[in-house]
Ligand binder design. Structure first.
Ligand code: FAD
Length: 397
């Protein structure tokens, strides 16, 4: 058999770009990742190179200066990036979701204003649903936008866990407006907020306090965002009509789940590669540990999980690209790949013995990356809610 996680039926361009990203990862990301992670340093040189490669515009239509590629192409590139260092895939993740939401739901003026600059990476996106009191229960959002007599909105409240909150220059934030129906999710509105990169009060009434200190996924910034009478214009409402934010965000999160799946695949592939190498180098009781059946079987289980995860992720991406609804496929893919990623990473860690606990070994970093994938874009429990609703719809008596 060939190497794991191959994808049949790719176009010439897809094959080329995925190979180019893989080479970039092997040459420039893997050798730098440990040091950047441990010093919690933003990977500016890597991000600049990603801009040059056009990765920020991968899925933005050609008419706006992007490459106009599919979700599958995007996901395969993300899988490669996460294989090198998950934080690097995090830099483009929120950007990709915001660009997708503008492409799908923005007014023509918003598309023309943002997408060409997002395609070059000049404008970089973050998206913000979570708050200190809620993450899974999106409809419970408390941050409020109050409409003023002049048509502007005054926004007050606190958002939490913005990936790229400080380094981004455009935040898509979901807040409660007074317009819309009485149901909790029906009066939520997405605002597009253009801001300078950086920390502190970056605009009147808008503060990014600083980086949250995380256990892993370091190098890139995750932040809070405080609104204190921040003034947004009516033109900042995504799509122009308030009250549509919940479904816009859910659409964004659905493609985001394929993206998180791709990251889980990338981390799992790397964990497997490290285990396969170490198991052939390390000897105990007179032979390489790979020749002890328990270790060989563990490698077999890991390889099978890596392969299954990749196939689920590719299936979910292709379904979305075909125009079909993919809520269940994306939910299944996100659930399975993130759980398998944790299991494969843990198994690789065990194979490394005591050295896996040393910061000199890459597996130590992967052990801190994998848990985030169980949580981001909806926990496993939330995926099971989506999957069970979907399958019961299809199997209703
Ligand atoms: C590093 C990092 C980056 C992030 N980046 C972003 C970002 O860019 N933008 C953003 O908006 N958010 C972001 N998040 C937030 C993330 O989406 C939430 O943490 C996640 O959705 C879970 O929400 P919560 O933390 O509030 O947990 P809760 O919703 O409070 O859940 C706590 C536990 O209860 C379980 N649970 C909740 N409800 C149910 C239920 N009905 N049935 C069964 N179990 C349930 C959950 O599965 C979980 O185990 C980020 C989080 C982290 C850690």
């Amino acid at each position: 058999m060939s190497r794991l996680a191959q994808t049949l039926g790719l176009t010439e361009f897809q094959t080329e770009i995925v190979a180019a990203v893989r080479t970039f990862v092997d040459r420039e990301i893997i050798p730098a990742a440990q040091e950047l992670e441990h010093s919690d340093t933003y990977p500016q040189a890597i991000v600049d190179k990603m801009r040059d490669m056009g990765l920020f515009g991968l899925m933005i239509p050609e008419e706006y200066g992007g490459l106009g590629e599919s979700l599958l192409t995007y996901a395969l590139c993300v899988e490669e990036l996460a294989r090198g260092w998950m934080s690097v895939s995090g830099v483009i993740n929120t950007h990709f979701i915001v660009a997708y939401m503008i492409r799908q739901h923005g007014t023509d003026a918003q598309k023309n204003h943002y997408l060409p600059r997002m395609a070059t990476g000049e404008v970089r996106g973050a998206f913000s649903m979570s708050e200190p009191e809620l993450g899974s229960d999106v409809a419970a959002i408390r941050t409020k936008a109050k409409r003023e007599a002049d048509g502007d909105y005054l926004i007050n409240g606190q958002k939490m866990w913005l990936t790229n909150g400080g380094s981004s220059t455009l935040v898509a934030a979901l807040v409660r407006t007074e317009e819309g129906a009485a149901k909790p999710h029906a009066n939520l509105t997405t605002f597009l907020i253009e801001k300078p990169a950086g920390f502190g009060e970056v605009l009147p009434g808008l503060t990014i306090p600083g980086k949250i200190d995380k256990m892993g996924y370091k190098g890139i910034d995750t932040t809070e965002l405080l609104f204190d009478n921040y003034r947004a214009g009516a033109g900042d409402v995504l799509g122009g009509t308030p009250g549509r934010g919940f479904s816009q965000m859910m659409d964004g999160v659905e493609v985001g789940r394929v993206n998180v799946s791709a990251r889980a695949c990338g981390v799992a592939i790397r964990a497997f590669e490290l285990a396969a190498r170490y198991a052939q180098q390390r000897s105990t009781f007179g032979k390489p540990i790979a020749e002890h059946q328990a270790v060989a079987f563990s490698l077999a289980e890991m390889a099978t999980k890596v392969e299954a995860a990749h196939l689920m992720m590719v299936n979910a991406a292709r379904l979305k690209d075909s125009g079909e609804r993919n809520d269940v496929a994306a939910g299944m893919s996100k659930y399975l790949t993130s759980e398998y990623c944790s299991e494969v990473t843990q198994a690789s860690f065990r194979i490394h013995g005591g050295y896996g606990y040393s910061k000199e070994y890459e597996i130590e970093r992967l052990m801190r990356e994998a848990p985030f994938l169980l949580i981001g874009e909806g926990t496993s429990e939330i995926q099971k809610m989506i999957i069970s609703k979907g399958v019961l719809r299809s199997y209703a008596l």
